[in-house]
Ligand binder design. Sequence first.
Ligand SMILES: Cc1ncc(COP(=O)(O)O)c(C=O)c1O
Length: 377
Amino acid sequence: MQRIYFDNAATTALAPEVLDAMMPYLTEKFGNPSSIYSYGRESKMAIETARKTVARILNCTPGEIFFTSGGTESSNTAINASINDLGCKHIITSPIEHHATLHTVETIAKKGLARLSFVKLTDLGHIDMEDLEALLANSPEKTLVTLMHANNEVGNILDIHSVGELCKKYNAIFHSDTVQTVGHYPFDLKNTYVHFINGAGHKFHGPKGVGILYVNENIRINPLINGGSQERNMRAGTENLYGIVGFAKALELATERFENDSNYINELKSYMHDRLNEIFENITCNGDTTGRSLYTVLNVSFSKTEKSDMLLFNLDMAGICVSGGSACSSGASSVSHVIKAIHNGKSEKMVPIRFSFSRHNTKEEVDQVVEKLKSLI
Ligand SMILES: Cc1ncc(COP(=O)(O)O)c(C=O)c1O
């Protein structure tokens, strides 16, 4: 059975060029980057070259880039450092953040280390900017604003510059979870008011288990992991050498291909959106699908019936990989916190499906998935 992979917001296939760049560091070039002989220095050089590449592409300085194990670790580090090192006593976030953010801020609030405010959402699931400003204006304490650049479930994109300007006005620390946008959109960090962003290699055809944390040069934080002096004393432990090399190569490739790939994938998304709307009467698009939205993500709810309840399972049986917009824990499936927050009260009657695309997908695959959906519903 031919598999159709429409779950690229979860993870992507490693690009062959990235594997080629990593291979020497998985085989003959295995020296420890901390060793002082030339064999180790060669590895160290590969890491520093990767850092420069990433910094050039994101338009920041290499000293602002730290390699981590991925998006989750980077968000945890940024948020905890804002409380522990930067004096934040109030956190403003949204109900639709990734759990890497939500569970971290909830833990901090539970420990009584900061108070927590959730910004209101608009009908389309965007951040209500007036409410954000009101929350900031009524915050006498030093505040951390943590809002994701793009939502991984519904694709909504934050106006990061406007939020940055508000944070500047109210002297707040700003962390943005950019896991769904690094490697998918151009960045210009020198001209963006933000203190922390993150990235994960596996979301743009790089390897899993490697990511970045950007820390603006104007702030100083303490290491979260203590030990050796790796990552300029910020993150101890022998580096993920081949992962770091792969991360930089994947970001380089994504940047070169941005124009072509984003146009191509955007067309696939629009095509699928139009086909679904032609065929199904009772579907709801989740989020600002045709507006400020990722070109990679299309999230659609089908109305809940006996047939649609089994949709994910049946798509899987047909070799179609999609995500449910639902959280499965201990075998029980429930509608995700994102869909619940956007469709206040109506979400239990919906079966949301997230289709997320990459350059490897085709219109023929869209046609096949649409046909399958037709036969299943
Ligand atoms: C928006 C967002 N933030 C954070 C993460 C976590 O990234 P990682 O799994 O690389 O730690 C993900 C990936 O699922 C994501 O989509």
